[in-house]
Design a protein around this ligand. Structure first.
Ligand SMILES: [Zn+2]
Length: 294
């Protein structure tokens, strides 16, 4: 699953001294600093990505001068196969990056950057985002300090601790005999449909969230909710939890403003689908394969 924590990664908070083999995930906004090969002629497989590079890799920096700028708040991520991993955000006033490097979005780097590095880039961008937004105490406004022993920022005045936050979101693929229910939101690329999804509200179980979201978005009641899989989703800080369920009753009524269109699709005639970067595509592919195999 893309963005899944790599096998050989051990997360950590206490920072060692930068070493010869350190990996740096340097971001400018939501773009990662990489070295890129020439553009690939192959179809990107993602309606949101026009063209991918033929390859991409993290730039290597010299040990005693790891970056070309002084990062204000570098974050230690942990160790990947023995290499220390760091995240940093480039300040607006920093000089341009070294020759041969470029800033690129994570969607474009999917499947061309090494999988483990891609996953850690997703982790890095979320932690940088959290760190940037918790520099001051949310209760009393005092500048916060990083905790040495755990991933948290603490207020020295009132002791409020802030931890990285995830927004759990439920994804639902509704089945009815040989059909699946797919919808499109107004911000999807033209022609693309996907499984339904929505954020969990305080006080809800995942199953309740699913039933509510499906009822709100398309006016359909469901049953037999089965867990499929989950995926960390760093756009910007979600955990996607995907389920399959069965249609129970109701006809499709798309929610005004949220769902532009929703339809039952035969598994033999599907619309344009999301990229394999997302759990949505894996969920749809899995259910379609199961129905076709019957
Ligand atoms: Zn405080």
């Amino acid at each position: 699953m893309p963005f899944r924590s790599p096998e050989l990664f051990e997360g950590g908070v206490a920072a060692p001294a930068p070493s010869e083999t350190s990996l740096w995930f340097v971001f400018r906004g939501d773009r990662l600093l990489v070295e890129l090969g020439p553009p690939s002629t192959a179809d990107s497989g993602d309606l949101r990505v026009t063209r991918r590079p033929s390859w991409a890799r993290l730039p290597l920096f010299k040990s005693n001068n790891p970056l070309w700028f002084q990062p204000a708040r570098p974050l230690y991520l942990g160790r990947l196969a023995g290499a220390d991993c760091w995240a940093a955000e480039v300040p607006a006033e920093a000089p341009p990056p070294p020759a041969g490097t470029a800033w690129e979005g994570l969607r474009t780097l999917f499947s061309v950057l090494e999988d483990a590095h891609f996953a850690l880039a997703g982790r890095a961008i979320q932690l940088l985002d959290w760190d940037r937004h918790h520099r001051f105490c949310g209760r009393c406004g005092t500048p916060t300090e990083a905790k040495a022993e755990e991933r948290a920022r603490v207020c020295p005045a009132c002791k409020l601790s802030s931890y990285p936050r995830l927004a759990p979101a439920v994804m639902a693929l509704v089945k009815r005999e040989n059909e699946i229910l797919l919808g499109r939101s107004p911000h999807f690329p033209p022609g693309m449909f996907s499984a339904l999804a929505g954020f969990v509200e305080p006080g809800e179980t995942l199953e309740q969230c699913l039933a509510r979201e499906v009822a709100e978005e398309v006016g359909v009641q469901v049953s037999h909710i089965r867990y499929f899989a989950s995926q960390p989703w760093p756009f910007p800080n979600s955990l996607m939890i995907a389920f399959v369920c069965d249609w129970e009753s109701g006809e499709i009524r798309p929610q005004v403003g949220e769902i532009e269109a929703a339809e039952w699709f035969s598994v033999l005639q599907l619309p344009k689908l999301p990229s394999r970067i997302s759990i949505a595509r894996r969920l749809i592919d899995s259910v379609v394969a199961e129905i076709r195999g019957r």
